[in-house]
Design a protein around this ligand. Sequence first.
Ligand SMILES: *[C@@H]1O[C@H](CO)[C@@H](O)[C@H](O)[C@H]1NC(C)=O
Ligand SMILES: *[C@@H]1O[C@H](CO)[C@@H](O)[C@H](O)[C@H]1NC(C)=O
Ligand SMILES: *[C@@H]1O[C@H](CO)[C@@H](O)[C@H](O)[C@H]1NC(C)=O
Length: 361
Amino acid sequence: MLKLLISVALATVARCQNQSNPNTFTNPILEAGGADPWVIRHDGWYYLAQSTNDAITLSRSKILTNWNTAESRILFAPPPGFNYSTDIWAPELHSINDAWYIIFTADPRNDSPPPEVEMWCEYNCPAVHHRMYVLEGHGTSPWTTNFTYKSQLDTYDQFAIDGTYFQYKTGLYHIYSCWFRKYDGWPANLCITRLENPWTVASPFSERQIISVPTLPWEKTPYGRASNDRLSSNEAPQQLTNTVTGQEFIVFSAARSDNRNYCLALLELVGTDPMNPADWRKHQYPVFYQNPAEEVYGVGHASFVKSSDGSEDWIVYHGMRDPTNGWSARTIRTQRFTWNEDGTPNFPKPGYGPYPIPSGQ
Ligand SMILES: *[C@@H]1O[C@H](CO)[C@@H](O)[C@H](O)[C@H]1NC(C)=O
Ligand SMILES: *[C@@H]1O[C@H](CO)[C@@H](O)[C@H](O)[C@H]1NC(C)=O
Ligand SMILES: *[C@@H]1O[C@H](CO)[C@@H](O)[C@H](O)[C@H]1NC(C)=O
């Protein structure tokens, strides 16, 4: 039994960390629990925040390109009965003002709306009680920090998932996936509100702005759907800064996460006020999308980190080899990306490699 376990482990290592060429790696970099990867680098470690539906875990690894044997610990496992006890999704770890924050999505009782809630919805609306929540911790390293529940992030008692922080010279903002009204179901848009601090929303509902709506054919599900917006989504927003030009982007996921067309899209802050929808420009085509020639589908929900020597930019994302299996087919992958002449990110075609390992690894 033990022998078997060891040989399975060795096979996994050999697959991901190519023994015949230690300067290359292959995707995926993590086979299990492969959704919504969120990675940051701190003090020589890469940290990966993940959810298991009823808990948030943190893993750490010295290298970006293999997580199959990384150490993990549970950061937060709420007791049953709270509004944030189930369907814990998309945790992100941020360092803001010398404290650590985990921002995450959750809902009560696996969000099964009772008939007298569901009757108000335009379509079926299994996510009607999803909201955003924040944990806080104080410590130099997230590995040794104890996290405690801090607050719900106010979304006016409306659907909210995949929230992130957007930091800009005018302040701190919450950008998240939202509906126009409480019982819409779809489309899922991107909303923005001002924050007073990482756990307190400063905007009243009248100030909440919608900065992206899935209107282009590739944002619809299925592709180009004309008659209604069911399943069409904008979600998983992430801030990406071009540190050379100062350009600010939101990279978000469009279409539908259990589907082959899931892809990454780009919003660029072309004005100076993130709260003004006219100051955001959406690029007309997705910037990272399926690559059927290499059996890569449904690529999305990305985060961004540097190589260990800080010289290269890397995207961490999930994708599927078999798109007919939906959510369960997702695994975590990483690839290097560069920048275009106009300052926008230049993402590669998604694939399995082998690719050169990150610089300095
Ligand atoms: C290992 O690396 C070699 C040389 O780069 C390559 O030809 C081979 O396909 C790689 N194997 C795997 C499993 O990635
Ligand atoms: C739990 O969620 C419901 C529905 O959104 C809300 O009415 C209620 O106030 C929430 N409970 C707490 C303790 O926040
Ligand atoms: C975290 O909590 C444990 C158990 O309560 C305690 O022993 C430890 O000192 C705490 N760590 C920090 C960094 O506060």
